[in-house]
Design a protein around this ligand. Structure first.
Ligand SMILES: C[S@@+](CC[C@H](N)C(=O)[O-])C[C@H]1O[C@@H](n2cnc3c(N)ncnc32)[C@H](O)[C@@H]1O
Length: 209
């Protein structure tokens, strides 16, 4: 199956600008602290390394980092940055990656289905002068299309990205089927407790080598 690449040249060109908040030390540092501690003396493999937002500061702390990404354009942006020569990258689909053991870490949203009134499919998550963000849910199929309307040089551009949303318990089952066990679950990188109100989770599963 050929996967559609949603991170082509035009997205890669603007990714760091779009994601500027995610590059702020207040957001990034707790994630890098967490991953550095978890890596210990070992290495890290980032699935979807992109332009190196996480990989570059992690490698700068002395962790050996390898990244996989589907998008040559995103990786080309990473390769332009200082410190990139310490990071090995592979272009490919991370779903086919096999590793012998270790910890698998994700930061992912908890589906916000409680915000949808019965019969409603759309959830507006941003409404500002230059960006309107609307998630479109297909509850029966756990589908979500994230629509972004952005004002660029005086005209509005629409970009729609399809996802399949996933519940924490479903991820635990998938992990178990892959031979992993849940080791930690938090609502953020600073190990904030995960509760019924959490809108995202940082989860770590472990697979014995
Ligand atoms: C939202 S970006 C995140 C990039 C980076 N991890 C960060 O935190 O800024 C998602 C990245 O995952 C890559 N990606 C998505 N699906 C993939 C797949 N199946 N295999 C490899 N890379 C994939 C995309 O090309 C993109 O670069």
């Amino acid at each position: 199956m050929t996967l559609e690449n949603h991170f082509g040249e035009d997205v890669a060109e603007r990714y760091d600008e779009y994601a500027a908040e995610m590059f702020e030390p207040a957001t990034l540092d707790p994630a890098v602290d967490f991953l550095e501690e978890l890596a210990g003396d070992g290495a890290a493999l980032e699935l979807g390394i992109g332009t190196g937002r996480i990989a570059l500061p992690l490698a700068a702390r002395g962790v050996r980092v390898h990244g996989i990404d589907l998008s040559e354009a995103m990786v080309a942006k990473l390769r332009e940055k200082p410190g990139a020569d310490h990071i090995e990258t592979t272009i490919g689909d991370f779903a086919t990656t096999r590793v012998p053991g270790g910890c698998f870490v994700i930061e992912v949203g908890v589906p916000v289905l409680r915000t949808l009134p019965p019969g409603e499919r759309f959830h507006v998550f941003d409404f500002s002068a230059e960006h309107i963000g609307i998630d479109e849910y297909d509850v029966a199929n756990q589908g979500l299309i994230s629509h972004h309307l952005s004002l660029r040089d005086g005209s509005w551009e629409l970009r729609s990205l399809p996802f399949r949303y996933v519940w924490p318990a479903e991820l635990d089952l998938m992990a178990r089927l892959a031979g992993m066990a849940l080791r930690e679950r938090w609502s953020g990188w600073s190990r904030e407790p995960f509760t019924s109100e959490s809108t995202k989770h940082v989860s770590v599963w472990e697979k014995p080598a």
